[in-house]
Design a binder for this molecule. Structure first.
Ligand code: NAG
Ligand code: NAG
Ligand code: NAG
Ligand code: ZN
Length: 972
């Protein structure tokens, strides 16, 4: 007899916390400010004049053409001349030479690398620069995250890591006041909402649609108040937002970096080419021109760009002169005043001008899609590198659900236990780096994409040790755990071992509600996994895992039985849940084509026509009458709106048993799909497999799946923003400006991070995705999602490589597999399904395997839960993570929007005191509300805080609110 155990670890809902002693920690949000940092350190302005705020800065990508570490060291300068360590060395040196000089630094991932290699003396010197506001951190996250393809949980985490480092290292003077996303290719409303809730006073960025920009310039509306949530009560998510004048570059002619060619200021009249008058008069003109497109008598100029300031002397020497000579003109009547400044100093002046809210326009939509010219829509990267996007997403899931929580549950044993030394830090940092706007976005070079994946893989390895240690401690069994990371293609060395004879009957030690079934592995899976596995059957059974805990299932061989039934070679008329108590969904198939033809919700008695197929757009190679723009890693540019069908019909295999019904559709050697309905499921699963995308015909391909339905969607569809609030999208339309549509498909694509839907009065069809993808609704009733892209040209936005992914295992091109989950509901209650569903997909359980027999009459706990009671359905446990040896970080959120659901969109009160023992907590800097009007500075108003008061055990969450706590806990 042979036995295997599968353990399922699941997402938690309430944490059982025990307190040791009364707890109080200094909350240093309204700090004993050091004399001069922050707003106090700003240089004086001249009230009656036009004040030009010069902001020296560098934009340091946390990986793009080179890996993050290559950029740090300045390695591989043959690819791109860039070395961040030298930038920081040089800037510090130059700041010391003149106390007037200022510098802002943004990417904490780099600053951290530099800091830990500095001597104590140098660290003290830098601390002093920070204390005096001469070196100021802005944004302050580990990286400058992408906004189109990230999930808010990972964004909040990466901000937390960066901000925590700054606080721990520099205290209150290290706290950034403004968010600074100068490079991301479009801006998500949820990002602005998170920034507002984190207490940032303002937000600056560089890129927005060229039509939107020119309109805003003409009407001087480049500065605004972004109302970033439709649910949070204003002004909780209101954030002052400024568009920078030149992207993030200096004005033309004024770039004095070693990477630039502009003439230096030659100010010795005895030497040749004296040019002071010339430079000054040009600068005065530039400043006056810029002032015409902004409203106040303050303007900002970004003096720097990508990886600049490696030899900071060049910049500062010329800026010192510029300031001196321009201001000298004031004696002769010039009314322009130039000063070293920072974005927060600039913001402070807008604040001081006492401008009321209506002065700055209100923005309520987001900044997607981004186009920099008529045929240049940056909507390709919503899907670019779909495999990396999925790996990033499951790594997030693994970190949040498994690694962080197992660390909390296991305590110190988790980090050093029977399986050795492990940590969650490697994964946290790898995930933080992966949020960068050239990482998960898919816009990096291939070797850099490989580096991001390798970092994540290292994170998994460390986490697995930690998880094994905790499971061993909790279960009392130190049998080795096997983590099968390729279960999606039915590869798992342990369960494939020879004793796992396919022709046998398996039985559960603990039978659950449905029986166990053996199903043959599909042909598509056999093709994808190559020679990495040889299982012919899969074992299927329903598992239930308790919140923040695990369940153990033992599977053992009893006797040889009949082999599983061979798949049936035709599509059934329909499939529906078969068990009488579970009558949820029915899908029908067209007998001629084998395609889906309708979807019904049996509970609500709704039916819609629904056909689905796979198509591709021919990616433009630049030979197009309208424009030479090619499709590439950033840009989606189909050569025309024509879609090419991959196959009108699908070859079918059907597998039906008491656990699952599968209709396996085979469209071509590179496209297949499994339509899957589990016995007790309210959603239809579509598991697609696409690739290697053929390019033998010399045509780049952008592969989509499209749902065509009878839903009367009137040109409107909906997409989520970073996995959270949902925005309405209307074809050929932007809510706050008049669009001239120049790309009928690419110009109607939007990022989908977790879900998209179309609806009419009766029906809402929601598609939940397993990673970020691009999509659109080009025809009424239709919803398309781009799954994979394989391109033959670079799109001339810097990456310098065509997006043509291959790997050692797939030299002929990458194969990608993923899932779409479909549900059909009346619109008024649809959110009750898709909100929890999307969370489930984002935070999925982990299955581990152990070989060996479960001892009879075992006293081992087969189930364990760290939680005592369930949270209300509207409340989601966003984060549980070990903060330091004594403290646990807890984030709770209301997961419904105000308009979502009669049932759930209500304030809900949670009592954190779920354990019989009392505990105390404090609010932590982070996602806790701070209130501001148009341009208020929260530094002048303390954030609300709570500590040690038993009455505040009750936490009330309003729709879309996130609350953060630090708890001192002790596990039983
Ligand atoms: C910020 O850092 C200080 C030490 O400089 C520490 O006492 C405080 O707890 C930190 N605050 C947070 C929120 O981490
Ligand atoms: C100001 O004007 C006077 C008289 O024209 C001239 O001599 C002087 O150089 C000017 N100063 C500057 C800074 O341009
Ligand atoms: C703004 O208001 C304050 C207080 O009312 C006042 O002292 C200050 O001069 C005003 N600033 C401007 C630029 O009007
Ligand atoms: Zn960048």
């Amino acid at each position: 007899m042979f036995s295997k155990m599968a353990t399922t670890v699941h997402t938690p809902f309430v944490l059982l916390l025990f307190q040791i002693g009364v707890f109080s920690l200094p909350v240093s949000q309204t700090p004993q400010e050091s004399p001069t940092c922050g707003y106090k350190s700003c240089h004086a302005i001249k009230p009656g004049m036009l004040n030009v705020h010069l902001v020296p800065h560098t934009h340091d990508d946390v990986g793009w053409l080179k890996t993050v570490d290559q950029y740090f060291y300045g390695a591989r300068n043959d690819i791109q001349h860039a070395g961040v360590q030298y930038i920081l060395d040089s800037v510090v040196d130059q700041l010391l030479k003149n106390p007037d000089r200022r510098f802002i630094y943004v990417e904490t991932a780099f600053f951290y690398r530099w800091w830990k290699r500095q001597s104590g003396d140098m660290q003290d010197t830098v601390k002093q620069l920070v204390d005096e506001g001469r070196l100021e951190f802005v944004n302050g996250g580990w990286c400058m995250s992408d906004e189109a393809t990230t999930h808010y949980s990972a964004v909040v985490d990466q901000m937390t890591i960066g901000l925590r480092f700054l606080n721990d290292t520099f205290g209150p003077c290290g706290r950034p006041r403004v968010a600074w996303h100068i490079d991301p290719f479009g801006h998500a409303r949820e990002h602005a909402s998170v920034f507002a809730q984190m207490g940032y006073d303002g937000f600056f960025f560089g890129r927005l649609d060229y039509q939107d920009r020119s309109r805003r310039k003409a009407s001087r509306e480049q500065e605004m108040v972004w109302r970033a949530s439709e649910s949070l009560v204003p002004p909780v998510a209101d954030l002052f937002t400024g568009i920078l004048p030149n992207g993030y570059n200096p004005p033309e002619g004024f770039c004095w970096d070693q990477l630039c060619d502009d003439p230096p200021i030659r100010d010795d009249p005895d030497l040749e080419d004296y040019n002071v008058e010339d430079v000054v008069s040009k600068f005065l003109t530039v400043a006056q021109e810029q002032a015409k497109v902004y409203k106040t008598n303050h303007i900002i100029m970004t003096m720097g760009s990508d990886f600049q300031y490696e030899n900071a002397n060049l910049w500062y020497k010329n800026l010192d002169k510029l300031i001196r000579y321009v201001n000298q003109k004031q004696v002769n009547g010039s009314n322009i005043h130039v000063l070293y400044s920072t974005p927060s100093c600039y913001l402070q002046e807008l604040h001081r001008a006492n401008l009321s809210c209506p002065y700055f326009p209100m923005r309520i939509d987001d900044f997607f899609p981004y186009a920099d010219a008529a045929h240049d829509f940056w909507t390709g990267y919503f899907t670019s590198r779909p495999a990396l996007k999925r790996y990033e997403r499951i790594s997030n899931s693994y970190l949040q659900v498994i690694c962080n929580q197992m660390e909390v549950l296991g305590g110190p044993t988790s980090r050093n236990g029977s399986f050795g030394v492990g940590n969650s830090d490697t994964m946290k940092k790898a995930m933080a780096v992966a949020q960068h706007h050239d990482a998960v976005s898919g816009t990096e070079k291939q070797h850099v994409a490989d580096d991001y994946a390798r970092r994540l893989a290292n994170g998994w390895t460390q986490c697995q040790v930690l998880v094994s240690n905790t499971l061993a401690a909790l279960s009392g069994s130190s049998a080795p755990r096997v983590y099968c990371e390729h279960l999606n293609i039915s590869v798992c060395p342990l369960t494939e071992s020879s004793t796992f004879d396919p022709e046998v009957m398996w039985v559960f030690r603990r039978l659950c509600s449905t029986s166990l079934q053996v199903v043959p592995v599909s042909q598509a899976t056999v093709v994808v996994r190559r020679d990495r596995g040889y299982a012919v059957n899969e074992l299927l059974f329903q598992v239930r895992a308790p919140p923040m805990g695990y369940s153990t299932y033992s599977v053992s061989l009893l006797q040889k039985g009949p082999p599983p039934a061979s798949p049936f070679p035709r599509a059934p008329k329909d499939i529906q849940n078969k068990v009488r108590a579970w009558r949820f969904l029915k899908v029908t198939f067209d007998p001629e084509t084998g395609l889906l033809s309708s979807l019904s919700n049996l509970e609500t008695q709704q039916t819609v026509r629904l056909s689905q197929n796979f198509y591709w757009y021919n990616a433009s190679d630049g030979n197009n009458k309208d424009s030479k723009q090619m499709s590439g890693a950033y840009i989606f540019r189909p050569n025309s709106s024509t879609t090419f069908i991959i196959s009108k019909t699908a070859k079918i295999e059907t597998v039906q048993n008491s656990v699952v019904q599968e209709v396996r559709q085979w469209f071509s050697p590179w496209v297949s799909q499994v339509v899957r309905l589990y016995a007790d499921s309210r959603v239809l699963e579509l598991e697609w497999t696409v690739g290697p995308v053929p390019i033998g015909d010399n045509m780049g391909k952008e592969v989509i799946t499209r749902f065509d339905t009878s839903i009367n969607s009137s040109g409107i569809f909906y997409t989520d923003s970073n996995g959270r609030e949902v925005l309405q999208r209307r074809k050929d339309y932007r809510p706050t400006w008049t669009l001239t549509q120049t790309e009928p498909v690419a110009g109607n694509y939007y990022p989908i991070n977790s879900r998209a839907y179309i609806k009419d009065e009766k029906d809402q069809l929601t598609v939940v995705t397993d990673r970020s993808q691009g999509g659109g609704s080009i025809q009424d009733g239709s919803l398309e999602i781009m799954l994979h892209r394989r391109l033959l040209h670079d799109d001339v936005r810097g990456v310098g490589e065509p997006l043509n992914e291959a790997s050692d295992l797939y030299p002929e091109g990458l194969v990608v597999r993923g899932r779409l989950l479909l549900s059909l509901n009346p619109p008024a209650v649809a959110a009750n399904t898709h909100r929890p569903l999307a969370q489930e997909v984002v935070l999925q359980p982990l299955i581990t395997f152990t070989e060996g027999l479960l001892p009879p009459n075992t006293s081992l706990p087969l189930d364990f839960s760290g939680l005592q009671t369930a949270l209300p359905p509207a409340v989601h446990l966003l984060t549980v993570s070990q903060w330091d040896p004594d403290l646990v970080l807890l984030r709770l959120e209301h997961q419904y929007e105000a308009r979502d659901s009669k049932e759930h969109s209500q304030p809900v009160t949670v009592n954190l005191q779920v354990s019989p023992l009392p505990s105390t907590f404090i609010l932590l800097t982070g996602l806790s509300p701070s209130y501001r009007c148009a341009v208020c500075l929260s530094g002048e108003k303390p954030l609300p805080k709570t500590k040690g008061d038993p009455s505040v055990w009750e936490v009330t969450l309003k729709p879309m609110e996130i609350r953060t706590f630090l708890l001192r806990v002790r596990l039983r």
